[in-house]
Design a protein around this ligand. Structure first.
Ligand SMILES: [Zn+2]
Length: 102
């Protein structure tokens, strides 16, 4: 899998850092996000599919943070899965979106 170096959202650019383990008080995580340092950490312990889901998931936390939206874990979880499905199942639309990027 290609390692993702950074993720851009309208007001921030997050560096993506791959770690052997990502933990919070001993609990093993898929990844996490540091809004102040603009870093998304991804655990390499899990599958490539999970690593991609984690980047999308943590990016949505970043969007919520930047936009001042309520950051509800369950919503982020559902939106991440939905967004991945949307991207995977609408390649023609994604291609057109890229063309009008400007
Ligand atoms: Zn989360």
């Amino acid at each position: 899998m290609k390692k993702i170096k950074e993720v851009k959202i309208p007001f921030s650019t997050y560096d993506v850092v791959y770690k052997k383990d990502v933990k919070d008080m001993g609990k093993i995580l898929y990844g996490d996000i540091d809004h102040n340092c603009e870093i998304i950490r991804v655990s390499e312990r899990f599958s490539e599919r999970r690593q991609i889901q984690t980047i999308v998931h943590e990016t949505l936390h970043g969007i919520n943070f930047d936009m001042g939206l309520p950051d509800v874990e369950k919503n982020v979880e559902m939106l991440a899965g939905t967004l991945i499905y949307f991207i995977q199942h609408n390649p023609e639309l994604i291609e057109e979106i890229q063309k009008v990027k400007g």
